[in-house]
Write a protein of this length. Structure first.
Length: 416
């Protein structure tokens, strides 16, 4: 299955690849010691701290860089890899990898619906009257989703359209995305019409009913053939071998019923506390494991609800963010083409073209470490956040070497 950015960054983040430059100044011996001296009533640096090693400022604190220029060069060379006749910093190669993934996330049906990462899904489609102007685009993108992500990855799926009532593609439940089923789904999509209200709560619980009824190890209803990813049609038992399931909710606005009542109903069935939603907004892929475990206790480990929508009002967007966060799902707002591609082009000019012209390492301006793409897509935001970390590491390496040069020059002047 495809990996969301959180899982992907567990493998490819700068920290997990050992490219966090704070390790150079993280030892106990790197601490810059100061003590309060009572006779002169001032803070005085420890004698061994003065003049021995360059001082660098890390997160507002002073640390000793206990490396010579040559050792920094060795460290830099450990981060390099010879390719096509010239060297590239591994950090720059990592940034290039991020740019490639960013472009991939903005291509095809992934730009519109995000990533389908589970083996068994129910996709809820808002067919209320407000969707009339967006219906043609939705149908086009939905057909692309069926072939590009569902059929290609052998996903077990079902489609449910909702307005004031519920219309199911397969009333019996999810089915494997083989060629026959996909053609039938396309025909069903063509006859959809936008009319009526927005019964979001009813649709969510209908989707859960379908997913609760399937075999936990196949994602299929009884009597259906096993998908291709199950070797020899056999299944293993155990929690670790249970099929991943999720609900994908596409809507263009608020539901007819109260947003608070829907969140309360979902929290009761999913057995989570809705008051904990706002307490854990600062989750990051680089959070310590204990913090991640503590945060995870507040959210459901049950069926995730991933929410997808075009750009919405603040109130509607807040509701969908809370709904996805409450169920440990992902939020995806469809980014505009112009904004996305201008952002990618800036990155390509800065990194990809510079590497082709053999400018390594790239000279960076600290004032440029800012990414202005405003998106409510969790997958894109996590990647942008990691790009900032990598760029700060590039600046930090230049800073360490600059401090060492200045310290060495000052020492030589004193000795003269």
């Amino acid at each position: 299955p495809q990996l969301c950015s959180r899982d992907w960054l567990q493998k490819y983040s700068a920290r997990n690849l050992g490219l966090n430059l704070n390790q150079l100044v993280s030892g106990a011996a790197c601490k810059h010691t100061m003590a309060y001296h009572n006779p002169i009533k001032a803070h005085v640096e420890a004698r061994y701290c003065v003049g021995l090693f360059p001082l660098v400022n890390i997160s507002g604190g002073l640390r000793h860089l206990q490396y010579t220029w040559g050792e920094l060069e060795v460290f830099k060379q450990e981060l390099t890899n010879v390719s096509r006749g010239f060297c590239h910093l591994q950090l720059i190669k990592l940034m290039r990898r991020y740019i490639v993934r960013f472009q991939w996330l903005l291509s095809g049906s992934r730009r519109y619906f995000g990533l389908i990462t589970e083996r068994c899904v129910v996709i809820l489609l808002d067919m209320s009257g407000s969707m009339i102007s967006k219906l043609d685009e939705l149908k086009t993108q939905l057909k692309q989703l069926v072939w590009e992500q569902l059929f290609r990855n052998n996903v077990v799926f079902n489609l449910i359209a909702f307005n004031s009532t519920i219309t199911e593609w397969q009333a019996v439940g999810p089915t494997i995305a083989d060629e026959t089923a996909c053609h039938d789904a396309i025909a069903w999509i063509d006859q959809l019409e936008a009319v009526g209200g927005t019964a979001t709560e009813v649709a969510i619980f209908r989707a859960r009913h379908h997913l609760d009824a399937v075999d936990p190890h196949t994602g299929l209803c009884s009597g259906q053939r096993n998908p291709a990813w199950m070797q020899n049609g056999s299944t293993k038992t155990g929690i670790s071998n249970m099929v991943t399931k999720a609900i994908y909710l596409f809507t263009d606005g608020k539901p007819d019923s109260s947003c608070a009542s829907i969140l309360k109903a979902v929290s009761n069935v999913w057995k989570v506390d809705p008051s904990s939603i706002d307490e854990n907004d600062g989750r990051s892929v680089n959070d310590k494991p204990t913090k991640l475990r503590r945060n995870a206790q507040h959210f459901s480990k049950d069926l995730p609800i991933h929410t997808v929508s075009p750009p919405l009002s603040e109130e509607a967007n807040t509701f969908l963010c809370k709904l996805s966060k409450l169920t440990n799902g992902r939020r995806h707002t469809i980014p505009t083409n112009t904004h996305c591609f201008s952002f990618v082009e800036r990155l390509k000019v800065r990194y990809l073209q510079a590497v082709r012209t053999e400018q390594s390492p790239i000279k960076l301006d600290p004032g440029e470490v800012a990414y202005t793409m405003d998106t409510h897509s969790d997958d894109l935001q996590m990647l942008i956040r990691e790009m900032k970390i990598v760029e700060r590491n590039l600046l930090k390496l230049e800073y360490f070497q600059h401090v060492y040069k200045d310290t060495k020059w000052s020492t030589e002047q004193i000795n003269c």
